[in-house]
Structure formats: C-alpha cells, structure tokens
Ligand binder design. Structure first.
Ligand code: GLY
Ligand code: MN
Ligand code: MN
Length: 444
C-alpha cells in the first residue's frame, strides 16, 4: 500500500473535478504491462497520472471521473478476482477491493468497459484525457465515442469537446503536499545511503557495475522497488557523457567516478549525483573543478525561494562557472561577454535542474505566459550544475582533460527558501575524502 493517505487521493480527485467544466468526464488508463522479451515482463510501473489520482497499483484499469454523477463520481474499471490467475500472477483488488481499499464509488470489470463506458460518456459535453501520449488508448476512446455517435439518431448525445487533461493535472502535480514531501524525503534518504555505500566500497580494480551493485543493494534494502531511472556510474572520461549507461569500465586510481542515481518510493523519485576520486583523494585539478561546481551549486541554492523565478538558479550557476573557468584559464575573455556568447556551454551544456516528483523529470510548466515560472512552496526540483572537460579538448591544458564533475541534490521550496532533501551524502571535498579514508581504514 502507498504511503500517501487514502484521503489525499480523494482530495486530488476532488480538486481535479473542481477544475473540470460542468457536465464533463475525465478518463485515464493504467500503464500497460511492458514485455521485456517473449513471455518475460518488465517490472510493472504504474502511470504517474493514474497513480496520482488513485494509488491503484494494478495494470488493466481505467479511471473515469464524472463530476456530479449521481451514482458516484469516481468509477474504476479493473481486473476481476480470479483464483487461478491470482495463484500464478499475484493478488488483485477486484471490484470490491477497488471500492473498499481505493475509495472508488463504483467499480466494474475491465472486460465490461466497452459496454459500460460509452454509457458514462454519453450526454457529457467534454472529455478530458491524456491525448497523444497513448495512441492505442486514444483509438479505443474514439471507438467508444463512435458507439455513441452511431446511436445519435436514437437521441444519444456524443461529446463535442476533447481536452488534454495534462494542463490541469500536471499543474496540480507540481505542488507537493506534506505527505508527498515526506515520501520524497524517504526516497532521498535511501538514495543518500546508497551513494555513501558506493563511496565506501570504491576501490581501483573494481568496475563501474560493482558500485552500481552497491547502489541497488541499498535501494532494495530500503524498500525501493526500483531506481527512478537507469543509474549512471561513470569513471574517468565516461563522466563527460551526460547519460552514460554502459557502467562496465574498470575503476582506476587517479580517475574520478560520477554516480547519478536515485531510487523511487511509491512512484516518487530521488535524483542524486556525486563525483569522487577512485583513490579517495582528489588531485589538485579535480579539486579545483569540483570546488567550482560546488560553489555554483551553493549559488543556485541561494536563488531558490518563493518569489524567485525558475531561471534564477540556472543563471547563478552560469555566472559562477564562467567566472571560475576564466580564473582557472579554461576560458579566456571577459566574463559577461562569455556569458552572452554562451561560451561556457563547451563545459556546462545542460541546465541547472528540473522539476522532480513522480517522474524524475517531472511534469509542470517552466514558463507561464512566456515568463519563467515564479517558485512557490511545495515545488520540488533538482540543483545539478556540472563541468565536463572533453578528453579531446585541445583548447585546454592537458592536465584538465577528461574531468567530468556534476553535483546534484534535490530540494523543495519552503516558505522562506528551500529544504535540501539529499544532505545525507557528503558534498565537500573534505567530507568525501574523510568518508572514503575511514572506509579504507575500517577495511584494512
Ligand atoms: N538523472 C537524470 C538527471 O539528472 O536529470
Ligand atoms: Mn537530475
Ligand atoms: Mn541525476
């Protein structure tokens, strides 16, 4: 069962229905089971919008929200109980469970949806759905509409308007409740322990996947079913590949390892990056770049508070990184000119962060009416500046080449600033070196 209280799901449905026009219906399908190969399935992950409104963990289900419907506004179609299937595949809530445990007002077998849903849509003026994101479901929805249209001569009234649900729902998802922040804190704590474990286990001669195994161990031990995204464990120059996935290279003394990994709890993500030396000690060049990224991150934290807009944090990282690269001789010229010409992008080619929530790159608009969004309490985001010096960058002295460093933490905007959810992992050079030295002494 989910850590989000049942009453909160009910509140979310009410809040969504309050924004729907009168005489409308919202329809959302559960995520499909994804086949991995032949008859092996991927671990099931519920669709985030579906989960947000229901907490219902099963596939083959459809939510219909019908404000003002006399026999209940929340209708859930789901699988029927089936002793034989349950013996093979696991328990199902069934229609009784949907009502008793998940707050549905009314529940029907998913196999009856073609007979029942057109009748629920009939007479409603507007249909809200996640149009375009699930072509198969879009087609089925049109089939249901066509059933109603085919009966128009008998007086049936098909809906006239089809509206994307995303705009309403994704704006709601952007503001995290206290219960959501609590779950995100729990995910962040487990991920922090995983990063600490990987730092402690790091030795030359191991491989990137050896550290990935340490992460996975802490994730699962903490109760997370899976990582929130494919873990990146990138040693040496692999650290300059932003979405590196191979995770199979050897760890060598003198190199850094960049780990970007976070687990998911109750469909809420965490997203942490740390970069540390395989040997346990930063070289002078690694330390210089590391401290510059850290300074950029600190400058970004200071720009995250109600009233600041989305881009302030990014702008702060750009300024600090450009100034620092000039000081270190990696960029030449006048700081403002280098910012204006985006010269820093040779080293810092991504943004300082993204919304974080049920999806690691969470939903929610970054601009409203063409203007950067102003931060408000409850918004959750990552802060992840980085500097990546390509191994073949002939424009910089050889000693800098191949260094890739990112530092990423998760924050929630509070009334006066922000709360860092991921402080459980050491962040400074001294803290990281101390942790790694202590682990080596313990092992010796
Ligand atoms: N792990 C993906 C990201 O940091 O955005
Ligand atoms: Mn991120
Ligand atoms: Mn990340």
């Amino acid at each position: 069962m989910s850590h989000i209280p049942k009453a909160e799901y009910a509140r979310r449905r009410k809040a969504l229905m309050a924004q729907m026009v009168p005489n409308s219906i919202a329809i959302l399908p559960a995520a499909a089971v994804a086949i991995r190969n032949r008859d092996v399935e991927h671990v099931y992950r519920q669709d985030s919008d579906f989960q947000y409104l229901s907490g219902f963990p099963e596939p083959e289900a459809v939510i219909a929200l019908i404000p003002g419907r006399e026999h209940g506004e929340y209708v859930l179609f789901c699988r029927e109980r089936n002793a034989e299937r349950e013996q093979w595949d696991g328990l199902r809530a069934g229609q009784e469970g949907a009502i008793r445990d998940f707050g549905a007002d009314d529940a029907f077998p998913i196999t009856d949806i073609d007979e029942i849903l057109p009748g629920l849509i009939e007479g409603r003026e507007r249909v809200y759905s996640a149009m375009g994101s699930n072509p198969e479901f879009d087609r089925r929805l049109m089939d249901w509409i066509n059933v109603i249209r085919s009966k128009a001569r008998l007086g049936a009234q098909p809906p006239n308007e089809f509206v994307a649900l995303d705009h309403l729902l994704h704006d709601m998802r952007l503001y995290k409740s206290a219960a959501e922040v609590k779950v995100m804190r729990a995910a962040a704590d487990i991920s922090a322990r995983a990063h600490v474990r990987a730092m402690q286990a790091c030795r030359a001669g191991l491989h990137e996947y050896s550290l990935e195994a340490e992460l996975d161990y802490e994730f699962r031990k903490g109760g997370a079913k899976m990582p929130a995204y494919g873990s990146i464990v990138a040693a040496g120059r692999n650290g300059c590949i932003l979405h590196y996935q191979q995770n199979d290279a050897a760890l060598k003394d003198g190199d850094l390892v960049l780990i970007d990994a976070g687990c998911e709890i109750d469909c809420y993500a965490s997203d942490i990056t740390r970069t540390f030396p395989v040997s346990g000690r930063f070289s002078p060049e690694q330390k210089a770049i590391y401290e510059l990224v850290l300074k950029a991150q600190a400058a970004a934290f200071a720009e995250i508070a109600p009233g600041k807009h989305w881009n302030h944090a990014h702008e702060a990282t750009v300024r600090v990184i450009t100034e620092g690269l000039v000081e270190l001789g990696l960029l030449k010229g006048e700081v403002q000119a280098l910012i204006d010409s985006e010269a820093y992008r040779a080293f810092y080619m991504h943004r300082a962060g993204h919304w974080l929530g049920m999806d690691v790159h969470d939903v929610g608009e970054y601009k409203v009416g063409g203007q950067w969004r102003v931060l408000e309490p409850g918004m959750a985001l990552t802060v992840e500046p980085g500097i990546y010096i390509a191994a073949d960058n002939q424009a910089v002295a050889r000693k800098w080449r191949g260094i890739g460093i990112r530092i990423e933490d998760d924050v929630v905007v509070t009334r006066h600033g922000c709360e860092i959810l991921t402080s459980g992992v050491p962040r400074t050079v001294a803290e990281i070196e101390a942790l790694m030295q202590a682990a080596r002494q313990d092992a010796a």
